[in-house]
Design a binder for this molecule. Structure first.
Ligand SMILES: [Zn+2]
Length: 391
């Protein structure tokens, strides 16, 4: 069996229907090599579980009789993206379309004992408004997380969060599995979700309060050892030796280019900004200092990014996060630095693009985290064996 042979279980067939590779029983049979009766049994199980709908009509978008479609309303997923100063909550259908959204700011430094009960009650309210069962909850936090234990293990800007169990607050209000990812990993995952990705090899920069880098290689998200990739911001750079980073080291890229350091420099020079989003708003309003800080940050990030560009040879560098909202301004310096430092043969066709899901990218990534896990062939097969409906 080669890696490209589709899985022949019911869950494997669902994956072929979801991806659009197969829309009829005949196509499923052709792709999997299964007999007509074997396909029929599996499709019947998927239909009984409500995951697949059949035939013509509004529910399948007017497809011809006998055609099969994934029922995106068979369940819902919840996304919870916790940031330093705001939390985004969303309920999504199984195609990743938002049904309910709820974004609120909170004070920097708000601890888990205060924020988690608030998030849980907002999730409960959002889920109440939605009919279908919830397949799972996807959650993201800045810093390093342990997806197995579902705790934060190193979040320098989220004081008091390390080691605090995150799932119990949510499972108390919604009976569904909780999946946890780091914020940059969630942002990166969102690029594989929805519109076709801008290549099979992508570098995804999260330029926000902190700086992170996500990697998609051969169309797959790269997880790294212990789930940690892309510590772009804590690369030592020239000319920053005396600058203390929030990680405790001196001379990190973050000290000259992260949102937190830009805000610090802006206020030092008489500007007013509490968060990097304020600084971005000032820049888009034409404030010369905010504009020069953003351009300079893009250039410094680009200098380090050039190495990663040479190593991966991506088709596209995606720029998301709060500073990505000033995309043209931010990437002007970044392009300049990457083109100056990366190999010409690699940089020649390189594109820069904003995050596909804009300001919601991290949240969409949380929803995608659940969908990718809970609708994987193995998870679907386990559900069918257990005789459970999607929820
Ligand atoms: Zn650092």
């Amino acid at each position: 069996m080669t890696a490209t042979t589709p899985e022949t279980s019911a869950g494997g067939l669902l994956a072929l229907i979801r991806s659009g590779e197969a829309a009829t029983r005949a196509e499923l049979g052709r792709l999997t090599g299964l007999s007509r009766s074997a396909v029929a049994v599996r499709v019947a199980a998927l239909a009984e579980a409500g995951l697949v709908v059949e035939g013509a009509g509004a529910s399948t978008g007017g497809r011809p009789a006998g055609s099969l479609a994934f029922d995106v309303d068979a369940g819902a997923v919840v996304g919870v993206a916790i940031g330093r100063s705001r939390t985004q909550i969303g309920v999504y259908d199984l195609a990743g379309r938002e049904i309910v959204g709820d974004t609120r700011d909170h004070d920097v430094g708000t601890g888990p004992e205060e924020l988690l009960p608030d998030i849980a009650s907002r999730v409960a309210t959002a889920v109440e408004r939605v009919g279908p069962p919830v397949l799972g909850i996807g959650m993201s936090l800045p810093g390093t997380v342990d997806p197995e234990r579902r705790v934060s293990v190193d979040a320098p800007v989220m004081k008091g969060w390390d080691g605090v169990p995150l799932a119990p607050h949510l499972t108390a209000v919604v009976d569904a599995p909780v999946h946890l990812a780091n914020d940059t990993a969630a942002l990166t995952r969102s690029e594989l979700f929805g519109p076709p990705p801008l290549g099979s090899d992508l570098l995804v920069v999260k330029a926000s309060t902190g700086l992170g880098l996500g990697i998609i290689a051969d169309g797959r998200l790269v997880h790294g050892d212990r789930g940690v990739t892309g510590e772009l911001g804590h690369t030592r750079v020239d000319g920053a030796d005396d600058l203390l980073c929030r990680c405790g080291a001196h001379g990190c890229l973050e000290t000259v280019a992260a949102g937190w350091s830009l805000v610090h420099r802006l206020t030092e020079q008489g500007g007013t900004a509490r968060h990097v989003r304020d600084l971005v708003a000032l820049a888009l309003d034409g404030d010369p200092l905010a504009r020069s800080l953003l351009r300079e940050s893009g250039r410094r990030v680009g200098e380090v990014l050039a190495v990663a560009v040479n190593l991966l040879h991506p088709q596209t560098v995606v720029v998301g996060g709060d500073m990505g909202a000033a995309f043209d301004l931010y990437t002007a310096g970044m392009r300049e630095a990457v083109y100056a430092r990366a190999a010409a043969s690699v940089a020649r066709d390189l594109r820069f693009a904003p995050a596909a899901h804009g300001d919601s990218a991290g949240l969409v990534g949380c929803a995608a985290l659940v969908i990718d896990h809970e609708l994987s062939p193995a998870a679907v097969d386990a559900r069918l064996r257990a005789g459970r409906a999607p929820g």
